[in-house]
Design a protein around this ligand. Sequence first.
Ligand code: SAH
Length: 245
Amino acid sequence: MKPLAGWLLATLMTGAAAQDYSATRARMTDEIAAMARATAGETGRTSFAARVMGALGKVERHRFVAVGDEAAAYRNRPLGIGNGQTISQPYIVALMTDLLDLTGSEKVLEVGTGSGYQAAVLAELAATVYSIEIVAPLGRLAAQRLAAAGYRNVITRIGDGYQGWPEAAPFDAIMVTAAARTVPPALIAQLKPGGKLVIPVGEQGSHQNLLVIAKTADGGTQSRRVLAVRFVPLTGGPDGREKAP
Ligand code: SAH
């Protein structure tokens, strides 16, 4: 490459990377905090942990959306990410993350890498994140974005998360970001006693319930309904539609 072209390219790339979204991101976290207060009656949480809000204020969400959608990345709305999938509304990302009560030492599994954004948020708050995506092009793109953003504690894989990630189990926490019709038994099996699973459960197209399932010391489970939500369906599973056997 000629020096001038190289200079031009470097300048253009720096320009793109230097675009500053910190003010828009701060507005997004303000909206999340307001929505947390407004939904406290249902969720039982008037605010989210400072660590969680810090991660939402730090992760560059615009790096995880389609080219051209950067400015829309910080709206408190779901956003299409291609292949018929959506990245959750930032408030839902914050709520689901907060429900895991991470302290920094955990090994976390995320089912449904999608854009990679939620994995980046988890990577800010836990020791290691394993994230699995069933749609190969999405999983590959997310892995590239996570690497470009410098996340070295996220391990990605293409596969069916209904089966969990047996080689890396057990996990301190598991988050599913697609709606399951029934709770996948493998995920309960791969959760450590004392660990938590956050998962939307319900039929496609209708309202689903966001559940927090805690695994007790004796291996039993306690489930709590948190909020009505709407997610894309979890696919995979024994018959391809994640139906219980
Ligand atoms: N957490 C994502 C949003 C996920 S949207 C983000 O932050 O962007 C839900 C994702 O779950 C989709 O990408 C979908 O392809 C994926 N998915 C659905 N069923 C799955 C399964 N059985 N295993 C792994 N991923 C699955």
